[in-house]
Design a protein around this ligand. Structure first.
Ligand code: PMP
Ligand code: GLN
Length: 383
């Protein structure tokens, strides 16, 4: 194995899911829903298979899905895209991230990104031979904001791109407009590309709405926006994602994508196009359910004795087990499945600075009510 990939031989999700299986634990580690997406979308995929839609689709994605993505961006954000040159369908958001980084970051150049970070960012930057420059989130009440001084200090002559993620995994933070504006200002000042991972764009709580950095003045021409059907339509196994933005930047991601997967899988693409056009009401209902589940699990963690951070969006809530006598989140997560039959993931897997973040633990609440209730019951045994 090459040196630059040595830190990435296994993923925390695989590790903790395996522990969950071994101990027959409720898996609140890996973020995937335990119910299906909209029925009409599932039926559309079956129809596509039955109607012989089973050979290579176009590398950039089927026209129907590229058009549906462009329409979605116009409706949601007022962004105008040419579906032929400014939309690339990818194998999940993961391939959009790896394609963008491989296509845009020269070896040795730096990528500014938020810490904690989704684990694939560090691995994909390493694949590209790039160097990550992390900017920590800092506590703001029971939530988080970007450390502004660290943000400004992270940019320099060697910066190739800034990679942000809002709503944020693992904390569930929605970056504020002032944080987005500051990232935009610095990206323009240093003339670098912005890559924004917005896979949780439709899962915001408590009346919040998604604001994309791509809509800020001067940003459309330097921003790649990434999303995925996985979270919007509860189909993480379908691996249909996309990246949108200026034609030259999309072309860079496309050049890499051609040799990562060549093309994405065929029959899921018309189904996702159908869902984008017809099932946004389902998505809004699902977000309301998730908001409620967020509250139920956060309350349960609090009454089990954890310190609990505010989750504003997405699938996850971060909790502090130190009041229960556990100093280290990773040790806690290794013990939890056997001890009480619940699995979680340590935030340690999403950071470089383990001294600051090592205690925290991430729990997923994208699960059926009865599963969350049973997990809550089990977590109470910790106290
Ligand atoms: N980005 C973030 C922030 C995620 O949480 C995830 C995973 N769920 C992904 C990207 C990957 O998305 P996909 O499953 O579509 O590859
Ligand atoms: N995004 C999901 C999570 O953070 C799943 C990640 C994965 O399995 N690679 O849990």
């Amino acid at each position: 194995l090459v040196d630059r990939m040595r830190p990435f031989t296994s993923t925390i999700f695989a590790e903790m899911s395996a522990l969950a299986v071994k101990h027959d634990a409720i898996n609140l580690g890996q973020g995937f829903p335990d119910t299906d997406g909209p029925a009409s979308m599932l039926a559309a995929a079956v129809d596509a298979i039955n109607s012989g839609d089973n050979q290579y689709p176009p590398g950039i994605g089927i026209p129907e899905l590229r058009h549906a993505v462009a329409e979605h961006e116009r409706e949601q954000y007022g962004i105008d895209l040419d579906p032929d040159t400014q939309v690339l369908v990818t194998v999940g958001a993961t391939e959009a991230i790896s394609g963008a980084l491989l296509g845009l970051v020269e070896p040795g150049r730096e990528v500014v990104m938020i810490e904690p970070y989704y684990d694939a960012y560090a691995a994909c930057i390493a694949l590209a031979g790039g160097v990550r420059k992390t900017v920590p989130l800092v506590p703001d009440g029971d939530g988080f904001v970007l450390d502004r001084d660290a943000l400004a200090a992270a940019f320099g002559p060697n910066t190739a791109a800034v990679l942000i993620n809002s709503p944020h995994n693992p904390t569930g933070t929605v970056l504020g407009d002032d944080d987005l504006a500051e990232v935009a200002r610095l990206a323009a000042e240093h003339d670098v590309v912005v890559i924004t991972d917005e896979v949780y764009e439709h899962l915001l709580f408590d009346g919040r709405t998604q604001h994309s950095i791509a809509t800020l003045p001067g940003m459309a021409e330097r921003t790649l926006r990434i999303s995925s059907a996985a979270k919007t339509f509860s189909c993480t196994g379908w691996k249909v994602g996309w990246v949108t933005g200026p034609a030259e930047l999309v072309a860079a991601a496309r050049a890499a994508k051609q040799f990562l997967s060549y093309v994405g899988s065929g029959p899921f693409q018309p189904a996702v196009a159908h869902a984008l056009r017809n099932e946004m009401e389902w998505v809004r209902g699902n977000a309301q359910q998730l908001e409620r589940k967020r509250t139920v699990l956060s309350d349960a963690l609090r009454s089990a004795g954890f310190g609990v951070h505010r989750s504003e969006a997405g699938y996850f809530v971060c909790a502090d087990p130190r009041p229960l006598g556990y100093i280290d989140g990773a040790a806690f997560c290794r013990e939890l499945p056997e001890k009480v039959g619940v699995a979680a993931v340590p935030v340690r897997a999403f950071v470089d600075d383990t001294a600051t973040w090592g205690h925290l633990v991430r729990f997923a609440f994208c699960k059926r009510d009865e599963v969350i209730a049973e997990a809550a019951e089990r977590l109470r045994r910790l106290g």
